[in-house]
Write a protein that binds this ligand. Structure first.
Ligand code: ATP
Ligand code: MG
Length: 449
């Protein structure tokens, strides 16, 4: 299906028009063209133009233009709130460090600009009134659902090894296959990923993991994933010797990844939850495999991996919490549940139930009882939350001032508040001021300590 010009946001059409009227060529290009052809809503629009950066700035001199990547020919126009990256047609120089082009050269040719792009489906340009420019068979590959490198795949992956990861990222996100030559080259050149910065790797890995076909891609390309997370490799084919598992550790992991919602924290936690298993394996006398303390080893490895990949701290903490408790038995009991809700906070607690469901799904169909159990825990916890329970010190019906008035001082005061919270969480005391004050009075022997 051709692209409907009206599918482009007005700011994008207006920006292309301004450049055209000033005598320059200008097109939308790359991911947005691919997404429009697929009937998906583009996340952002990139524009490629024959105008040099200074000329683009001149066309938009009355508007806000940021010099975001001027060395590489990119300026960002703020078009009524929509940031648009406008990049001059360019040919990338060689990549001697397999990271950055050593230099970029501007060109007057759209075809040359398309030729520097990674995959045929990402190398198309479009402008209303002019139509599609597809020099490398991108449309045909879209309809065959194939990721194919532009030009010689080995050379393109050698120039920038990040493209290896991008190839399987697009496979996971779009559900496409890698074209055979491209797949072979991706495997051959994967070692180059070692030289790519952690930030770039993590960005692609994140998108990959959140793709609807992440599990399939993990299974098809363990060698490539193993380049960025070598700790995954011992999991591949690792027999669990367990009647509770129908899959090896890696396959179990891949299936589990697909069975949690596509949010990065959940997907990463699922990827890493059993990564400590190979290190902690022992075979019981009954022939059953055991992995005592594997969650602790998984926590250590997850910490290490996420630091190395420079994942944001908050995300790292979230993932580590979920890995730590992925196996924890949670009892179907209001007092225990209030403790969990207190310990993790409701949001993380429900994430943990997602993880337990994903983990169970990865064990095979027989494990639907574990899934049903997580469902029951979820409704029980939601029922508790609907009663607006006290889960934190701040939620207690008394505060430090009330205890000061009773004569509590210093550490004893803190201990008393903590004690009150314990009583309320356990359901032994209602969260009512009079009951709490009464308890504090009766326990006041401790207040002198
Ligand atoms: P998304 O929808 O995730 O943004 P995208 O295809 O737009 O996907 P970007 O990383 O935003 O991906 O890059 C925009 C375009 O720039 C790509 O479509 C591709 O044409 C080109 N590109 C990006 N990274 C590379 C690379 N490493 N090598 C060659 N071309 C690249
Ligand atoms: Mg993009």
């Amino acid at each position: 299906m051709p692209i409907d010009p009206n599918a482009l946001p007005a700011q994008v059409r207006d920006t292309l028009n301004c450049l055209h009227r000033a005598g320059h060529e200008a097109w939308i290009v790359g991911g947005c063209v691919r997404d429009l052809l697929l009937g998906r809503t583009p996340t952002d629009y990139d524009i490629t133009t024959s105008a040099l950066p200074g000329q683009t700035q001149a066309v938009f001199r009355d508007r806000r233009v940021l010099e975001t990547g001027i060395r590489h020919g990119t300026v960002t126009l703020l078009a009524e709130g929509m940031p648009l990256e406008i990049t001059t047609y360019r040919v990338d120089g060689t990549y001697s460090d397999a990271r950055h082009p050593d230099g970029v050269t501007f060109t007057a040719s759209l075809r040359e600009d398309a030729a520097r792009r990674d995959f045929t489906i990402n190398a198309m340009a479009y402008a209303p009134g002019l139509g599609l420019r597809d020099y490398f068979g991108g449309q045909a590959d879209l309809s065959r659902r194939l990721i194919r490198a532009v030009g010689d795949p080995d050379q393109r992956f050698r120039e920038d090894a990040l493209r290896v990861l991008r190839a399987i990222r697009f496979a996971a996100v779009l559900g496409f296959d890698l074209e055979e030559e491209t797949a072979g080259a991706a495997r051959r050149q994967a070692a180059g990923l070692e030289k790519v910065s952690a930030e770039r790797v993590f960005q692609e890995l994140s998108k990959l993991l959140c793709g609807p076909k992440a599990g399939q891609v993990l299974l098809a390309y363990p060698d490539i994933l193993g380049q960025v997370i070598p700790e995954l490799l011992p999991m591949v084919g690792f027999d669990q010797h367990s009647r509770h598992h129908c899959y090896d550790v890696y396959t179990h992991t891949a299936v589990a990844v697909d069975h949690v919602p596509p949010r990065l924290g959940l997907r990463l936690a699922m990827l890493l939850h059993d990564i400590g298993k190979p290190d902690t394996f022992s075979l019981g006398e009954d022939g059953q495999g055991h992995f005592y303390g594997h969650h602790r080893r998984s926590v250590e490895l997850a910490e290490e991996i996420l630091r190395r990949l420079r994942a944001p701290k908050k995300l790292r903490e979230e993932v580590v919490t979920l890995v730590r408790y992925h196996d924890a038995p949670i009892e179907e009991d209001p007092a225990r549940l209030r403790r969990w809700l207190h310990k993790l906070g409701p949001e993380r607690f429900f994430d943990l139930l997602d993880i337990q469901r994903g983990d169970a799904a990865g064990q095979g169909l027989a494990y639907c009882t574990r899934i049903q159990r997580a469902d029951r825990l979820e409704s029980l916890a939601r029922g508790l939350l609907a009663q607006a329970p006290c889960l934190t010190l701040a939620g207690l019906a008394v505060n430090g001032r009330d205890l000061l008035a009773l004569g509590y001082r210093g550490p004893a005061l803190g201990r008393a508040l903590q004690g009150l919270l314990e009583e309320v969480l356990a359901g032994r005391l209602p969260n009512e001021k009079s009951a709490l004050l009464q308890w504090a009075k009766e326990n006041d022997a401790k207040k002198e300590e």
